[in-house]
Structures are given as structure tokens and as C-alpha cells.
Design a protein around this ligand. Sequence first.
Ligand code: IPE
Ligand code: IPE
Ligand code: MG
Length: 241
Amino acid sequence: MTQLIDKENLPKHIAITMDGNGRWAKEKGKMRVFGHNHGVKAVKDTVEGAVEYGIKFLTLFAFSTENWNRPRQEVNALMTLLISTINKETKTLMENNVKLTSIGDISKLPEKCQKELSEAIEITKNNKRMTLTLALSYSGKWEIINAVKEIIKNKIDAESITENIFEQYLSTKNVPEPELLIRTSGEHRISNFMLWQIAYSELYFTDKMWPDFRRTDLKEAIINYQKRDRRFGRTANNKYE
Ligand code: IPE
Ligand code: IPE
Ligand code: MG
């Protein structure tokens, strides 16, 4: 029996660490970039699936602060792919009523990339069905340090700082915390992604390599999430028995 998603218990925000492109290519005797190219299809299907299932916020970890340390050819290939994908897919985002945003140190991206990205963000800014956030040149530690710098620059009184106020200085200030974080490729680690925001996220790991990930895999992750008991430090059903 195929299981259905419970529309009453949807995660509002799903974050995905898209991992395994290089190993997927290597298994096929190809260069790593072959895997990145095939990852685009997975992105497209996952975004469309998320829209279909009624997810309001989807964040994709596409390039980390640490990924700058990869060989230059790989970084260049990823940046070129990013430019062409954003350019090609803006139309699909419009058709699906998806608003594009980004988090990360965008100023580090090549100018052409920044331009393509800001154009797509501008074109899609009034779309309402889902917000798609690309994490680019992003890391959780970078973001937290950035928030601290802003707080100091703004001379905020130390005693007035609460969790809610701190969150206003994070790049995710307009996005709820992800209820569900998915990582592909069988690696069981966070790799500096959304360190603050995943405090109580449900983690879901799959051995699938990112280029093989499809909306049905997203569905499976959502159904798995819906079976979990999220206690937030309380006892089950808040009972003592
Ligand atoms: C994910 O795949 C894409 C990025 C991190 C940019 P990888 O490139 O990390 O592929 P593996 O993990 O080496 O297989
Ligand atoms: C995490 O994957 C970053 C992205 C998917 C963009 P990595 O492949 O960079 O992470 P590690 O090196 O396995 O921790
Ligand atoms: Mg990897």
C-alpha cells in the first residue's frame, strides 16, 4: 500500500544538504562535474515535488564556505552550473509560483553569479506558493559570527538580547526553523549547516546520492517525519505516569 502524506501535519520548512554528486559520478567512471550536472535534475524534481506536497519553505545547501577549498576547476564548474541553472529555471519558478531567495556570503560569488541570482530573486519576488532558499557560500558559523558583528555595530544592549532578537540578525530571519533536515549520500553529519536553526529539527539521512534523489524520496522523508514524536524536551503527551 502506498502511504499518503498527512496534509494536516506538514513540515512548513524542509532543508536539504544535497550531497554525493562526486561519488555518484565516480561510480560511473566519470568526472565529478558529471555528478553536479545530474544534480540539477534532482533539484528540479525536488522543488516541484515540494510545491506539489504543499511545503511552504525549502532550503537547499548548494555550496558551503568550506567548499571554496576544493580544486579551482571544480569551484569554477559549480559556479558556471549555478549561473546556467538559475538562468534556465527562473521560468519554472514563475510557473510554479515559487519565490527565490538566498543565504550566505553572496559577495564572494563571481559577479556573473551574483547578477543572475539577484535578477531571479527580483523576478520571482511576488511569488507566493513556496519560498526556495539557496544556501551559497554559506555556513552556520559564518552566519552566527555575522549576526554578532551586526549586533555590536548596532550597539544593542547586552541585557536586551533574547533568542528572538538574536534571530533577527540571522540570514533566515524571514523563514521559520526547519522541522525537517534531509541529507543524502549516507553521511551522518551537519557540515556547518544552519547550526542555530536546527536545534530541534528532525534529521533524516538517506543513502541515495543526490543525483538520484526525486520527489518520491522527498515524500518518503516527509512520511517518516510525520511518524515521529516531537517532544521538545517534554514528556510524551506531557504526561507523568
Ligand atoms: C554535493 O556533492 C555538492 C556540493 C557539495 C557542492 P559533493 O560534491 O560533495 O559530492 P561527494 O560528497 O564528494 O560525493
Ligand atoms: C556539504 O557537503 C555542503 C553541501 C552539500 C553544499 P560537503 O560534501 O561539502 O560536506 P563534507 O565535506 O562531506 O562534510
Ligand atoms: Mg560531499
